[in-house]
Structure formats: structure tokens, C-alpha cells
Design a protein around this ligand. Sequence first.
Ligand code: SAM
Length: 292
Amino acid sequence: MEKLTTSGVTRAVLAKFGIRARKKYGQNFLTDGNIVRGIVEASGVGPEDCVLEIGPGIGTMTQYLSEAAGKVVCVEIDESLRPVLALTLEDCDNVEVIWQDILKTDLRDLADRYNGGRPLKVVANLPYYVTTPILIRLLEEKGCFESITVMVQKEVADRICAGAGSKEYGALSLAVQYFSDPQVVLKVPPSCFFPSPAVESAVLHLQAYAEPPVEADEEFMFALIRASFNQRRKTLANGLSHGFRCKGRTLTRGEVEEALSSMGLQPDIRGEKLSLEQFAALSRQLAGKQDM
Ligand code: SAM
């Protein structure tokens, strides 16, 4: 089967099977060979690797992954693509497709079944309507994934990579940066897809940490982070005294101000100014005040 990386071949394959890209599944198929090769290269996938591709679509990137990797496991929600993949992946003996919602897939079982329990490499052009839940799910499944190389909306990539104090910085930046070191490896214009999405895209490479970069009670720290950014306009002390609850614990304004001052921070600081290290230090201070 020829490669699908031109708009003409992609349209012809869709027409042959009477298929239209489905908006509800975020279907924007890649049509640019340079971008597909760039993603596969950035993923660092080699013959010893087992890859999880989320949403293979009509198999455009799968064909390249099949050539680069030892094994490719694809999880695709849209069963109407079955006959298309049967054709486009007919020469790809090392590819297996599981017809399922990735958000309902047992990820640890995938690593066990297809890679002897060793971590997988994820490579995907993600459906934009569920990017964040997919990423959080992959990252929280610790030890299952060695790296994640994914196409996302550029705006989401900017939020993920943002540092403290910038307007894009938020709970998503901190969640991803706790588990991995995110890097933008490619910027991708709408013209590289069919149909073209309304937004610019970017490819992110997340190298998972073997150990988290900071020490903190994870549940407590992320409850602090969520409460801080839910009340973005308030000072941290004010926001946390109203919006924080974890394991039955709440916080007073005085407690938060005291913890901030012992860290050398102003009592009226806003959450968006705190780095991951500072959120970890704050959570160690506050969690230590009472048996958790
Ligand atoms: N990989 C193909 C490409 O690059 O041309 C298609 C990418 S398209 C942006 C996203 C793909 O994810 C579609 O094939 C869509 O059907 C699939 N998808 C959407 N939601 C999904 C979910 N919850 N679980 C698994 N696949 C999903």
C-alpha cells in the first residue's frame, strides 16, 4: 500500500470507503510526510521499542511507525475505520489495532501484554477534544510510559511548557512538569492536515522522569495547585483558605501566610507566581502541620 502522506491520497482513500472525517472524534488526518517523519524521529522509536499509537485514524503515521518500531499497538475509538486500516496496514505485520476508547483502556495491561511489563513509547496525533484527559491519564499511570510524543493544539503546548509567572502557566503546566520534561519539537500549520483544523498545532515530546523532580505528598500538593488556580484572581492565602480541601483538611488564611513567610515569600503572593519547587515546599510545610 502506498503512503498516505499527501492530501490527494488521503482524500482518495476516504472517498473509496465513503468515509468523512468525524468532527466528534477530532479527526484531522495528517497529510505531510515531513511532519510524520519528524514526529517519528523526535519520538526516538527504534526496532527494540513497543509503541502505543492513540487514534491511528486511516493509518498515516502507523505506516511509518511500523517501519521504525519493533511492535505498534494502536487504540482507535472509531470502528467505521476498520476496513480502511485493513487496507492501509495490510503490509504492516507488527501492528495490532484495539478498537476502544483510550480513556477506558487498561494501560498497565497494554504494557504487560505487549511489552512484558516494560514501559511503552506513546506516539500520537491526539484528538484535540480530549487532549488533556488523555495526557493526564498517561502521566498518572506511572512506569507505563517512557516517553510521549504527541501533536496537540499549539495553545495547549504553550500552556504545558509555561513557567511560573506567565499568563499560560497553570495547573496543567504543573501536572505535566511534575511527571516529565516537556519540549516543543515541531510547530505545525493547519495546511498539514485534511481537513485543516482551525488552530495551529505543535508536537510535544515528554520524557518521563524515573522519579518526580520534587518531594511532596502528591495528593496534597495537587489539591493545593488546583485550589490556587481555581481562584486565580485571589491571593494564594485567600484562595486556599476558601477553596482547599484534602483528606478532610482545610486551611486558614493565617496558616498559609505563615507558611509563605517561612519560605521567604510575600503573604499576598498569587499562586501563578509559584514554581513547582515552591508548591512542593509549601505543601511540605502545610501538610507537616497535622498528621496526614
Ligand atoms: N493518527 C491519524 C493521523 O495522524 O492522521 C489520526 C489523528 S486524528 C487527529 C485523532 C484520531 O483519534 C482519530 O482517528 C479519532 O477517531 C481517534 N480518537 C478520538 N477519540 C478517541 C478516543 N477516545 N480513543 C481512541 N481514539 C480516539
